[in-house]
Design a protein around this ligand. Structure first.
Ligand code: ATP
Length: 349
C-alpha cells in the first residue's frame, strides 16, 4: 500500500488575463485523504487541479507536496496519477499497452511491468480485456482502463477531474463504488473534481466547496450538510428550505414558520434559517406547534415521497419516508411539524 502525499495550497491565485480563476486558495489535503473539489462550472476546480498537476503555473502563492514546493517541477516529475472525463487513452495501443505506458516511461523491467499491469487490470476488473483496443470498449470500460493506467505506478497522489462525467447514472454509481474501494486498497491521496454534489457526498472524506475561485466551506460531507456556513453552501449540498430571519434582541423570528426561538446558534450575521426537507414531518394532528399548509405536488422517489407544500407565500419541501404512509390527496391541507434543534442559521452571502 502506498503512503498518500500531503498537499498544501498556500494563498494560491491564478489569473488568465482579466479572469481570476483562483483567488487566494488556502487548502490542506491530508495524506491518504479523499478530498473533493465541488463547485459550479467556472468556480476554479480544474484550475486548482491543473496547478497541482503542473500544467499551469500559479500567478502567486505556493503549492507544497509533502512539505516541498513543487512549482519548479514539470508535470512528469511530480509522480501524480491522473484521470480525466474523456478517458484520453492511446487509440493505437492495446489496453495492456496503455496501462503499461507509465511504467515504460519510468524504465521498469519487463517482468515488473507485466506483474504490475496484470494487478492494475485486476483491480479495475478488466483482466479479460487486456488484448482489446480502446475502440472495442464501452465508455465505462475505457474509464476503468484510464483508472488502471493512473494507478499502475502506485502514485502517492491521484487527481481525477470529473472522471465519471460522461457515463450514465447507473454506471456512474457502480464506478463511484469501485473508486471508493480502490482508494481504500491503494492508500493514495485522491483529489477529485466534480460539480455533482451527490457524487461528492458519496465519495469524499472531506469536501472543499468552491465559489468564484474561493473556498466557501471545507468539511466532511456530514459537516457541510448539517452545518452549512451560508445559504450558498446549504443550497449547493442537498435540497433544502431557506427562510428569512429577523434578529430581535435575544430572539430570532422566522416569520414564514411562525416561529420565534432563542438566538443561540445565530450570530449577528445570520440572515437565513435552513431546514432540511427530511426534518419536516406531516402530522395527523394540528396544534400550536404545527403549521398548516396545502399539498401542491408529490413525487415518488422509491424509498420516500417528496412533497411541495404551500404555507402563505412559502413553498416548503418535505421528504417523507414511505412508512410514514401514502401521500395525502393533492390540494388537501396538511400539518407540518419540525423540531427547532434542526434549524441551522446561516448568512445569505
Ligand atoms: N486557459 C484558460 N484561459 C482563460 N481562462 C480560463 C482558462 N482556464 C480557465 N479559465 C477561466 O477560469 C475560470 C475557472 O475555470 P475552471 O476550469 O477552473 O472552472 P471549473 O470549476 O473547473 O469549471 P468546470 O466545472 O466547467 O470545468 C473560468 O472563468 C474559466 O473561464
Amino acid at each position: 500500500m502506498t503512503t498518500g502525499a500531503a498537499v498544501k495550497f498556500e494563498n494560491v491565485s491564478k489569473h488568465f488575463g482579466n479572469t481570476t480563476a483562483l483567488d487566494g486558495l488556502d487548502l490542506t489535503v491530508r495524506s491518504g485523504e479523499f478530498l473533493t473539489l465541488l463547485g459550479e462550472s467556472g468556480s476554479g476546480k480544474t484550475t486548482a487541479l491543473n496547478l497541482l498537476a503542473g500544467f499551469f503555473q500559479a500567478s502567486s502563492g505556493t503549492i507544497l507536496v509533502n512539505g516541498t514546493d513543487v512549482s519548479s517541477l514539470p508535470p512528469e516529475k511530480r509522480n501524480i496519477g491522473m484521470v480525466f472525463q474523456n478517458y484520453s487513452l492511446f487509440p493505437h495501443m492495446t489496453v495492456e499497452a496503455n496501462i503499461a505506458y507509465p511504467l515504460r516511461m519510468r524504465g521498469e523491467d519487463r517482468d515488473s511491468m507485466r506483474r504490475k499491469t496484470a494487478r492494475a487490470l485486476e483491480i479495475v476488473h478488466m483482466s479479460q480485456f487486456a488484448r482489446r483496443m480502446p475502440s472495442e470498449l464501452s465508455g465505462g470500460q475505457q474509464q476503468r482502463v484510464a483508472l488502471a493506467r493512473a494507478i499502475v505506478f502506485e502514485p502517492p497522489l491521484l487527481l481525477m477531474d470529473e472522471p465519471l462525467g460522461a457515463l450514465d447514472q447507473n454506471l456512474r454509481e457502480k464506478l463511484q463504488s469501485e473508486i471508493k474501494d480502490l482508494h481504500t486498497q491503494l492508500g493514495s491521496t485522491i483529489v477529485f473534481v466534480t460539480h455533482d454534489q451527490r457524487e461528492a457526498l458519496a465519495l469524499s472524506d472531506r469536501i472543499a466547496l468552491m465559489r468564484d475561485g474561493r473556498l466557501e466551506q471545507v468539511g466532511t460531507p456530514t459537516e457541510i450538510y448539517d452545518n452549512p456556513v451560508s445559504e450558498f453552501a446549504a443550497r449547493f449540498v442537498g435540497q433544502t428550505n431557506i427562510f428569512r430571519v429577523e434578529l430581535r434582541g435575544d430572539q430570532v423570528d422566522i416569520p414564514q414558520l411562525r416561529t420565534t426561538m432563542p438566538k443561540a446558534g445565530a450570530d449577528g450575521t445570520a440572515t437565513c434559517a435552513v431546514l432540511r426537507p427530511e426534518n419536516i414531518r406531516l402530522s395527523p394532528q394540528a396544534d400550536d406547534t404545527t403549521i398548516s399548509a396545502k399539498l401542491e405536488k408529490s413525487t415518488f422517489q422509491g424509498d420516500s415521497f417528496f412533497y411541495e407544500v404551500r404555507h402563505e407565500d412559502a413553498c416548503i419541501l418535505v421528504r417523507a419516508e414511505r412508512d410514514a404512509g401514502p401521500p395525502p390527496p393533492l390540494g388537501s391541507q396538511v400539518n407540518l411539524r419540525f423540531a427547532r434543534e434542526d434549524i441551522v442559521f446561516v448568512r445569505d452571502t
